[in-house]
Design a protein around this ligand. Structure first.
Ligand code: SF4
Length: 496
C-alpha cells in the first residue's frame, strides 16, 4: 500500500501520481502545515481559497471511495513523519511540485516524484525548446504550442488566417455605457468554507471571503461553464481597460482554479475551442483566451523552472525601496488609479493583468521598489498567487529586474497611458499631464525621472531610445528630479 501525497495546488485526480494510483489500495495524504499557514501575511481570501479547496477535495475523494489521511501538522515534514508512523506505507509518491522549495523538500524527504502533467508543457519540453533558441520570445513559443496542441488550427494554418489577434484586444473602455459586463457568479459558503474562515490566523490581511471564489471542483466547473456561456463572447476587446465602477469587466477569473488544480488547462481550452467551433464566440475572443492559457501561462511557468533558483533575487536596476505603506492601506494615497487597483486586491484578492502590470507594477518600477518585496506582496495578496507565477511576472515582466531576459523593454508609463485605458484620471486629485508642481501626476513625474535615472542603460535599447532621448531634451529636468524626490518621500511616508 503506497501513500500518494497531494499538495494544495495539485487538487485533481487526473494528474500525475493520483491519476496512476489505485483507490482500493493506496492512501491519499494531505497536510495543512501550520508553519506554511503562518509563514506570511496571506490575504484572507487567498488562504481561505487554498485551505477550503483542499478540504473540499479531500471530501470529494472520500465520496469517490478513496482513503484520505487529511492532517494538520506543525510542518510538512512532521506531518509526513506522523503519517508514516501510523500507516507504514510501502512508499510515498507525489506529483512533481510546482515550486523549487516544495520539490527540494519532497526530494529530501525521500518522496518518489512522478512527472507532472498539470500543465500542457513539461519542464523538460520547455527546456529543450529554450535550448534551441537565441531569444525566448513568447510569440514563438505560443505558435509552437498552437501547432503542437492543435487549438484553433486549420491544418497547418491558424484559424482566421492569423496567429494573434492581440491588436484587436487593446481597446480603451467603451465610450458609451452601460456596457453589458456579465456579473460574476457568487458561491454561497458551506460548512467547510465557514469552518475555514473561523480558523484563519490573525496575521491575515484583506477582506474576509464573501463568495467571490469557488472552493470545490463542482463549483469551479460551474465557473468555467459561466465563463464560456456568458463572458467569453465579450472577452477580448476591452481586456486592458480599467473602470472605477466595474472590477471584473469580461475577465475569465479562472486562474485560481487552474493554479490549484481544480481545473486543468486542457479542459478549459477544449471548452473554449468547442464554443468557437459552434459559432458561439468570435475568433479574437477564443484566440485571446487560448493564448493566455497555452501561451503565456505555460511560458511563464517554463521560465520559472529554467531560471530558478537565483532568478528571484535578480535586481538589475538596483531597486531598493521598501514596499510603500499604501499597498496595505489605500487611504494613504490620493492616486485614484492606485487606490482602485490596491482596493480591488484588498476586497477580492484579485485585480486584472493591466492593473497588476501597468498600475501596481508600473508604480513599483518607476519608484524603484525592491523586486523581492513586490514579488512577496503579490504572492501573498492574490488569490491566484504562486511563486512560479509571481517571480517571472514581477522580476521579469513588471520590474525589469532581470536586465531584459524576459521582456525586451521595461513597462514604464506615465499618466497618459492610464488615462487612455481607464476612467480614473477624471476623478483624481492629480493632473496626469503635469510632471512638476504639487498636483503633478506621480506616474508622469516618476516616469520621466525613471528615464533620466536609467538613461545610459536604456538609450541603447531600440524600443526605448526615443523615449530616453525625449527625456534628455526636456527643458525642466532639474524640476522633474526635484518633484520626483518629493513624490518618493511622500510615497515612503504614506501621504501620496
Ligand atoms: Fe493615476 Fe495620475 Fe491618472 Fe491620478 S492622474 S488616476 S495618479 S494616472
Amino acid at each position: 500500500m503506497a501513500t500518494v501525497w497531494v499538495l494544495g495546488d495539485q487538487l485533481n485526480t487526473g494528474i500525475g501520481a493520483l491519476r496512476s494510483a489505485d483507490k482500493t489500495r493506496d492512501t491519499v495524504l494531505m497536510i495543512e502545515s501550520h508553519a506554511k499557514i503562518s509563514s506570511r501575511p496571506w490575504h484572507r481570501q487567498r488562504l481561505h481559497f487554498y485551505l477550503s479547496s483542499m478540504r473540499h477535495f479531500a471530501d470529494d475523494l472520500r465520496a469517490d471511495g478513496w482513503t484520505v489521511d487529511y492532517r494538520a501538522a506543525e510542518t510538512m515534514s512532521s506531518g509526513l513523519r506522523t503519517h508514516v508512523a501510523e500507516h507504514s506505507p510501502s512508499e510515498i509518491v507525489a506529483t512533481e511540485p510546482n515550486s523549487v522549495t516544495a520539490r527540494d523538500l519532497l526530494m529530501r524527504l525521500g518522496v518518489r516524484l512522478v512527472e507532472s502533467d498539470q500543465f500542457l508543457t513539461t519542464v523538460g519540453d520547455f527546456s529543450a525548446w529554450a535550448a534551441t533558441r537565441k531569444q525566448l520570445r513568447m510569440e514563438d513559443f505560443y505558435r509552437r504550442q498552437r501547432v503542437r496542441l492543435g487549438y484553433l488550427m486549420d491544418g497547418d494554418e491558424p484559424v482566421g488566417g492569423q496567429w494573434n489577434f492581440d491588436h484587436e484586444n487593446r481597446k480603451p473602455p467603451p465610450k458609451k455605457g452601460p456596457w453589458p459586463w456579465p456579473a460574476p457568479p457568487v458561491t454561497t459558503p458551506d460548512e467547510i468554507d465557514t469552518a475555514v474562515v473561523a480558523s484563519l490566523p490573525d496575521s491575515c490581511t484583506g477582506a474576509a471571503p464573501h463568495g467571490t471564489w469557488a472552493t470545490s471542483r463542482t463549483e469551479a466547473l460551474g465557473r468555467l461553464a459561466h465563463f464560456v456561456d456568458h463572458v467569453l463572447p465579450l472577452f477580448g476587446p476591452h481586456e486592458d481597460a480599467m473602470l472605477s465602477h466595474n472590477w471584473h469587466l469580461a475577465h475569465s477569473m479562472l486562474s485560481p482554479y487552474l493554479n490549484n488544480g481544480l481545473l486543468l488547462p486542457r479542459e478549459v481550452c477544449d471548452a473554449v475551442q468547442a464554443a468557437h467551433d459552434e459559432g458561439r464566440v468570435p475568433i479574437a475572443s477564443a484566440e485571446g483566451f487560448i493564448r493566455q492559457v497555452i501561451g503565456w501561462r505555460e511560458y511563464v511557468r517554463g521560465l520559472y523552472w529554467l531560471w530558478m533558483p537565483g532568478y528571484e533575487r535578480e535586481n538589475s536596476l538596483g531597486a531598493r525601496r521598501p514596499l510603500p505603506p499604501l499597498f496595505g492601506d489605500t487611504s494613504l494615497t490620493h492616486m485614484a488609479c492606485v487606490a482602485s487597483a490596491v482596493g480591488a486586491v484588498h476586497d477580492r484578492a484579485w485585480a486584472h493583468h493591466i492593473e497588476r502590470l501597468m498600475v501596481m507594477g508600473n508604480l513599483a518600477l518607476v519608484a524603484g521598489i525592491d523586486p523581492a518585496a513586490m514579488t512577496n506582496w503579490m504572492w501573498e495578496s492574490f488569490v491566484d498567487g504562486a511563486e512560479w507565477v509571481m517571480v517571472p511576472n514581477v522580476v521579469g515582466m513588471a520590474l525589469h529586474a532581470d536586465g531584459g531576459k524576459m521582456a525586451t523593454k521595461p513597462y514604464a508609463a506615465g499618466g497618459a497611458y492610464i488615462d487612455r485605458m481607464s476612467d480614473h484620471c477624471k476623478g483624481c486629485r492629480y493632473d496626469r499631464k503635469k510632471r512638476t508642481g504639487d498636483d503633478a501626476c506621480p506616474f508622469t513625474t516618476l516616469y520621466w525621472d525613471f528615464l533620466l535615472r536609467h538613461d545610459e542603460r536604456f538609450v541603447r535599447n531600440p524600443r526605448m531610445s526615443t523615449q530616453v532621448r525625449a527625456a534628455q531634451k526636456l527643458a525642466d529636468t532639474d524640476a522633474v528630479r526635484r518633484r520626483a524626490a518629493e513624490v518618493l518621500q511622500m510615497l515612503d511616508s504614506g501621504r501620496l
